[in-house]
Design a protein around this ligand. Structure first.
Ligand code: HEM
Ligand code: HEM
Length: 137
């Protein structure tokens, strides 16, 4: 039980990071796309970019699901953990915002996207606090 719940926590961090890569890969493409196109790395880069962009919602939703599993399991094992609760809340907010942007805004830019681009940094800080520094627990 403990091991599995720990695995779910680490899995969340991995899935969340893959969902986040949706942005850096596009930025790299915009800034260095022309240079990359001249190298033998071109095909792999484009395959990777297409994969990350196409599956963004899937990885985001999976990160949300594993976060919930980890959170619920740890809550039942250890009780309330503020640093975990904060991380989970931010990830859920990110998922809801993404769902809103997709359904209501059809993925078009807006305030929602600005916030959706910002939240991942808060999540990374929050995970760092939850797992490493434990400034508050
Ligand atoms: C209400 C929500 C949460 C609670 C109650 C909670 C609780 C815990 C607890 C008690 C531990 C074990 C710490 C230890 O054994 O030293 C832990 C570990 C961990 N948590 Fe959470 N957590 C929550 C949410 C999250 C979220 C959303 C993430 C997202 C990435 C996360 C990532 C991790 C990781 C990576 C570990 C370390 C796993 C390991 O030692 O292998 N947690 N959490
Ligand atoms: C929970 C983890 C998630 C993270 C870390 C995340 C992160 C991001 C980031 C950084 C962008 C900006 C990409 C850009 O600038 O072009 C983005 C865009 C977007 N996200 Fe998310 N997101 C997550 C979950 C979701 C979910 C669950 C959905 C929908 C169900 C979603 C829908 C969208 C949409 C529609 C866009 C704009 C268009 C696109 O790039 O596909 N996101 N997301």
């Amino acid at each position: 039980m403990r091991e599995f719940s720990n695995l779910m926590g680490s899995l969340t961090a991995i899935l969340f990071t893959i969902a986040f890569l949706n942005r850096p890969i596009k930025v790299i493409n915009r800034r260095y796309g022309k240079q990359i196109a001249k190298t033998s790395f071109k095909a792999s880069f484009q395959t990777l970019m297409r994969f990350l962009v196409k599956n963004h919602k899937l990885f985001g939703a999976l990160a949300g699901a594993s976060a919930l599993i980890h959170g619920l399991m740890k809550f039942s094992l250890n009780g309330f953990v503020a640093s975990g609760f904060l991380t989970l809340s931010l990830i859920m907010l990110q998922g809801v915002l993404g769902g809103y942007g997709f359904r209501k805004m059809k993925g078009k830019a807006g305030v929602w996207l600005k916030i959706h681009r910002l939240i991942p940094y808060l999540v990374f800080l929050s995970i760092f606090n939850h797992v490493v520094v434990k400034l508050f627990w």
